[in-house]
Ligand binder design. Structure first.
Ligand SMILES: [Zn+2]
Length: 353
C-alpha cells in the first residue's frame, strides 16, 4: 500500500494534469479474492473435496506470487468503510466444519502463515457426526486465531422455510454459538449459497455484519455486503489453471442489480446491472448462463441488460460475466434460485407472492 500512496503523493504534487477523477479511480481500487473450500483429502466426496496435492499447489502458488492472505473480518471491515486493501489481498473460507480441516488444512495453513475462516452449522456439531468437528475442536480453532463464522443451525435451504422457521434457525444457532464459544459470530454464509431477499434481511436483523453466497467473483467496495461472492474450489474446480485464473481476477464493479431478489419470480428473468468504472469497453463483456450458454447482452453506456432465451433450470442458477482488459480478467457473478432450491426442494409460499 505504501507504494501506491507514494505514487499518489508524487502524482498529485508533480503531475498537475492528473484529474481528480483519475486519482479517485486509483484510490478506490478496493477489492479482494475470497476462496471457498469444504473438505480436504476426502476422495469419497469429489464435489466438496480438495485433494491434498491440489491444496499444496494452491498454497505454494499464493506464497510464491506475493498474495496477502488476510483475516476475513479485516477485509469485510475495509469493504464496509471503503478503505483500500493491498494488491493481491485474499481470504480463505471453509464451509461446514469438517474434521479434515483440522487434520489436513490447519497444519498446512499454519505453516504458510495463512489465516482462515470456518463457517459452521451448529446442529451437525451438536449431533457429533463422525466427520464434523466437536465443540472442543471449534474452541481450539478459535483460540488459535481462526475466525468462526455462522452457517445456520440445521444447514437449511433458507428460501424453502417459512420466515418464522428461518428466524428460529438463526436464533437457535446464535444461542448455541454463545453457549459454546461465549461470543456470537459476525459473518454468515448462506447454506448452499441460497438466500432470498427476506432471508438476507433476517440475517442482517440477527446482527451479522456481512454474509456470503456461492456466486463467483472478487469482493469489491460497491458490492452488497449480504451477497458477497466467493470462488468455490473442489476437485473439479481446483486445477491450477483455474486457480491461477480466479485468484488473479479483478472485480467488474456491478451495482444496481435487477432483480434485487435472488429468488426468481419470473423465469427466464430480465437481468440488469450497471458497471462502475468499467476497465475497458463493455462491448468486450461476455456473460454465461447456468448451462454455460452465452447470453445475449444489451449494452447502453455503463448499463448491461440480459434477456435469456430460455428458462433457467430448477435450483441454483449462476450467471457469470467476464471482461478482459489490460491483460486482466474482470469478473462479476450472480446466483439465483429458479423454481425451487437445489435437491428438488420447493421455495416457500412467501416467495410465490
Ligand atoms: Zn454448507
Amino acid at each position: 500500500m505504501r507504494g501506491l500512496n507514494r505514487f499518489l503523493y508524487y502524482g498529485v504534487s508533480c503531475v498537475l494534469a492528473l484529474t481528480a477523477t483519475a486519482i479517485s479511480a486509483v484510490a478506490q481500487d478496493t477489492s479482494a479474492i475470497v476462496l471457498m473450500y469444504h473438505r480436504f483429502g476426502e476422495a469419497k466426496y469429489p464435489t466438496t473435496n480438495t485433494r491434498l496435492d491440489q491444496l499444496d499447489a494452491h498454497i505454494a502458488y499464493l506464497k510464491d506470487n506475493g498474495f496477502q492472505v488476510r483475516p476475513l473480518p479485516d477485509i469485510v471491515a475495509a469493504l464496509k468503510s471503503g478503505a483500500p486493501l493491498p494488491p493481491k489481498t485474499l481470504a480463505i473460507t471453509i464451509d461446514d466444519a469438517y474434521k479434515s480441516v483440522i487434520t489436513q488444512a490447519l497444519p498446512r495453513f499454519k505453516q504458510a502463515g495463512f489465516s482462515f475462516t470456518v463457517f459452521a452449522a451448529t446442529e451437525a456439531i451438536d449431533k457429533k457426526y463422525s466427520d464434523i468437528m466437536s465443540w472442543d475442536d471449534v474452541r481450539a480453532l478459535a483460540a488459535s486465531g481462526v475466525t468462526i463464522g455462522a452457517h445456520g443451525h440445521t444447514h437449511p435451504h433458507m428460501p424453502a422455510l417459512s420466515a418464522k422457521d428461518v428466524r428460529q434457525d438463526l436464533a437457535t444457532m446464535m444461542a448455541r454459538f454463545k453457549a459454546e464459544l461465549g461470543t456470537a459470530p459476525t459473518l454468515f454464509a448462506y447454506p448452499f449459497g441460497e438466500a432470498g431477499r427476506e432471508d438476507i434481511d433476517m440475517v442482517r436483523a440477527a446482527g451479522f455484519v456481512a454474509a456470503f453466497g456461492q456466486n463467483s467473483g472478487p469482493v469489491y467496495a460497491e458490492v452488497d455486503l449480504f451477497l458477497l461472492p466467493r470462488f468455490a474450489l473442489n476437485e473439479n474446480y481446483g486445477a491450477m489453471e483455474r486457480f491461477k485464473l480466479v485468484v488473479n481476477t479483478k472485480p467488474l464493479r456491478a451495482t444496481d442489480l435487477i432483480p434485487n431478489d435472488p429468488v426468481l419470480r419470473v423465469n427466464p428473468p430480465m437481468l440488469g446491472f450497471k458497471v462502475k468504472d468499467p476497465p475497458g469497453s463493455l462491448q468486450g463483456l461476455s456473460c454465461f448462463g447456468p448451462r454455460d450458454e452465452r447470453l445475449a447482452l444489451m449494452i447502453t453506456g455503463a448499463n448491461v441488460a440480459i434477456k435469456p432465451d430460455s428458462a433457467f433450470p430448477q435450483g441454483r442458477a449462476r450467471v457469470n460475466c467476464t471482461l478482459k482488459a489490460n491483460n486482466t480478467w474482470y469478473w462479476f457473478g450472480q446466483e439465483f434460485l429458479a423454481g425451487g432450491a437445489t435437491e428438488g426442494v420447493a421455495v416457500h409460499a412467501r416467495y410465490k407472492k
